[in-house]
Every structure is written in structure tokens, then in C-alpha cells.
Design a protein around this ligand. Structure first.
Ligand code: NAD
Ligand code: UDP
Length: 331
């Protein structure tokens, strides 16, 4: 297939392009580089030995998107492009609603116009809100705690309605749990600008000595050791999930959780990182972070059954690969 990947220079997008190319699909990337660097395109080409067509464009620009669709015949779109910092979405809600919703609408419109019938969307486990774990695709969605989460729930709705109105337009809504890790080459990985908000990139910065210590947000949750529990998934497993999803997609609206099905606590991650990489991670316990829930992990049966996909890599690989990338990066 010839696939348009929006946000393909970013963290999950770049790993997905590698797996698409490794599965003999061809890839066109569009990214405005607002949260990534052009070098990642060349790194994807280095890892795979294959060429990519790259457009440095904003996917909220309807004219630019139309031109790209006009220049190529796509079989499908994987839409990663979006703003994703939860805290920033609270202070800049309009930027988030505009970027994340307008992009989804413009791309869907172009798909309908150019008869591109497969659309894979990056959703998030955050749409489950405070449902009971494990989260199952059939659950009624509860209110999310921030504008970022709302953009995911609203984009799911926009794509669902668009598919209902256009029978040939099929959609996969992929609800990611907590992506971590990096490609084993150490060439691509997660490289957030500024001080990281997420746990794993924060830990790797502490390991590197760029940040003094980790703050653990609460140890009084109703979990195995009181710290928050999440379903961490290696980004390469997640990337392979996208290849399976777009290859299988042929009608309607299809929702899949992409996680491991296992909950792991913050302290368990910290300890695994210390042990596998032999580096101390100083930490202190601080107040709970507003908006956090105690536990989030996936029911993974549907993806297993319908996509023949399941996550293979465990916590050890996640902490090792995250650290390898952080060490290589910026050298
Ligand atoms: P990322 O920031 O590394 O990648 C997103 C890419 O999209 C970046 O390269 C950015 O430059 C680009 N982009 C943003 N707005 C754009 C626009 N208007 N036009 C063109 N390019 C644009 O983030 P990521 O972690 O790779 O996330 C990819 C997708 O997955 C996002 O939609 C995110 O919300 C979603 N997601 C991420 C996580 C996570 O924990 N990383 C979890 C659930 C869902
Ligand atoms: N967390 C933490 N300290 C940090 C960042 C995160 O203790 O500096 C905890 C957070 O409270 C949650 C888990 O780590 O329990 C995962 O948080 P992250 O922000 O990575 O992902 P989320 O699940 O919130 O999207």
C-alpha cells in the first residue's frame, strides 16, 4: 500500500514508518515539525534502507493537504499529527481544539474527495476517563479531565460519523496506552522539548544527570504499592499494531486498544530502570498530580483476536531501549 503518514517525523509516527517500510509498504510523510526534527526522516531511511517522500506542511492547511492528495494515489492515511501535552492543553485549549480537530476534518474530507478509504487514527486510553480497569473497547466513554483528551474523544466521534455517512470510508480508532521505549538502533525515540511531562523521558533525563530527581506523584493510591499504575507498551510493538490495523481495515468503524494488558506501577518502572541499566534514579514522593487516575490498563483481547497482534516486548526492553536512545541522542 501507499500510505500517507501525518506526524511521521514524531515519536510514534517515525517508528510506524519503519515498520510500514519493513513490511514493504511505501510511505509519504507530512509533518510541520512543530514537535520533531527533519533529521528523523533521514534516520528512518537509514534504518530501513528505503526512501521516503516528505512534505513539511501543516495538515490544518486545507490547500496544502489537497495538493498532497492530488500528487499521489494513497491507499490509506495514518493520522498521528497532533499536539499532545496534557498540561499545555489546559492553558491553551483553543490551540489544541483547533490543531487536533481541524486536522482530522481536513484529512477526512480529502479522503472522501480522493476516494482514500482507510483511515487510522491515534486515539488514547484517556478517552476511558475513570472507568473500571481493565478498559474494554465497548465501555461507555466517561468525561476526560483535560482539553487534549476531549480532542481525542471528539475526533473519534467525527470519524465515526464520517464513516457512517460514507460507507466506503473505513476507520480504525487506536487507543494507545502508555508508549515508551525506542527503536533498538538507538537512532529514533522520544525527544520532548523542554522538561518532560511523562514518566519515562523524565527518568532518562534524571539518569543522564540533566534533572536532579524524579518526583513521584502520590503513593497513596489504591494500587500494589500506592503509586500510579499504567499499561506501558513498547513503541515498536505499538508501531507494528498500526501495520496490522491498516492491513486488516476494510469496513466500518473499528476500535482497538493497543496495550499489553498489564498494569505496572511507577515504583516498579523506577526499579526496573535502575536494575537493567545499573543507574540510580533519585526520587521523592510528592502530592498527587491533578487529573491523574490510580490505574489504567487495557483489555487486549479484541486486537489479539481480530488483528492477530499482541505486544511482545516487556518492561526490561522498554527501560533499556529508552536509555540507549537518551544516551545516543544529542551526542
Ligand atoms: P509527537 O509530538 O512526537 O508527534 C506528533 C507529530 O505531529 C510531530 O512530529 C509534530 O511536529 C506533528 N504535528 C503536530 N501538529 C501538526 C500539524 N498541524 N501539521 C503537521 N504536523 C503536525 O507525538 P507522538 O507521541 O508521536 O504522538 C503521535 C499521536 O499519538 C498524537 O496524535 C498523540 O496525541 C497520540 N498519542 C500519543 C500518546 C503518547 O503517550 N505519546 C498516547 C496516546 C496518543
Ligand atoms: N508520573 C510521576 N512523575 C512524573 C511523571 C509521571 O510520578 O514526573 C506518574 C503519573 O502520576 C502516572 C504515571 O507516572 O501515574 C504515568 O504518567 P505519564 O505522564 O507518563 O502518563 P499518563 O498515564 O499520565 O498519560
Amino acid at each position: 500500500m501507499n500510505i500517507l503518514v501525518t506526524g511521521g517525523a514524531g515519536y510514534i509516527g517515525s517508528h510506524t514508518c519503519v515498520e510500514l517500510l519493513n513490511s514493504n509498504h511505501s510511505v509519504v510523510i507530512v509533518d510541520n515539525l512543530i514537535n520533531s526534527k527533519v533529521e528523523s526522516i533521514e534516520k528512518i531511511e537509514r534504518i530501513t534502507g528505503k526512501k521516503i517522500i516528505f512534505y513539511e506542511k501543516d495538515v490544518t492547511n486545507e490547500e496544502a493537504v489537497d495538493k498532497i492528495f492530488n500528487n499521489h494515489k494513497f491507499d490509506g492515511v495514518i493520522h498521528f499529527a497532533g499536539l499532545k501535552a496534557v498540561g499545555e492543553s489546559v492553558s491553551k485549549p483553543l490551540d489544541y481544539y483547533y490543531n487536533n480537530l481541524v486536522s482530522t476534518m481536513i484529512l477526512s474530507k480529502a479522503c472522501i474527495k480522493y476516494n482514500v478509504n482507510k483511515f487510522v487514527f491515534s486515539s488514547s486510553a484517556t478517552v476511558y476517563g475513570e472507568n473500571k480497569v481493565p478498559f474494554v473497547e465497548t465501555m461507555k466513554l466517561l468525561k476526560t479531565t483535560n482539553p487534549y483528551g476531549e480532542t481525542k474523544a471528539m475526533s473519534e466521534r467525527i470519524l465515526t460519523d464520517t464513516s457512517l455517512a460514507n460507507v466506503d470510508f473505513s476507520v480504525a480508532l487506536l487507543r494507545y496506552f502508555n508508549p515508551v521505549g525506542a527503536h533498538e538502533s538507538g537512532l529514533i525515540g522520544e525527544a520532548p522539548n523542554g522538561i518532560p511531562n511523562n514518566l519515562m523521558p523524565y527518568i532518562t533525563k534524571v539518569a543522564k544527570g540533566e534533572l536532579k530527581k524524579l518526583s513521584i506523584f502520590g503513593d497513596d493510591y489504591d494500587t500494589v504499592d500506592g503509586t500510579g499504575v499504567r499499561d506501558y507498551i513498547h513503541v515498536v510493538d505499538l508501531a507494528i499494531g498500526h501495520v496490522k490495523a491498516i492491513e486488516k481495515l476494510d469496513n466500518g468503524v473499528n476500535i482497538y486498544n493497543l496495550g499489553t494488558g498489564k498494569g505496572v506501577s511507577v515504583l516498579e518502572i523506577v526499579n526496573a530502570f535502575k536494575e537493567e541499566n545499573d543507574i540510580d534514579i533519585p526520587y521523592e514522593i510528592v502530592e498527587r498530580r491533578p487529573g491523574d487516575i490510580a490505574s489504567s490498563y487495557a483489555d487486549v483481547e479484541k486486537a489479539k483476536k481480530e488483528l492477530n497482534w499482541e505486544a511482545k516486548k516487556g518492561i526490561k526492553e522498554m527501560v533499556k531501549d529508552s536509555w540507549r536512545f537518551e544516551k545516543n541522542y544529542s551526542i
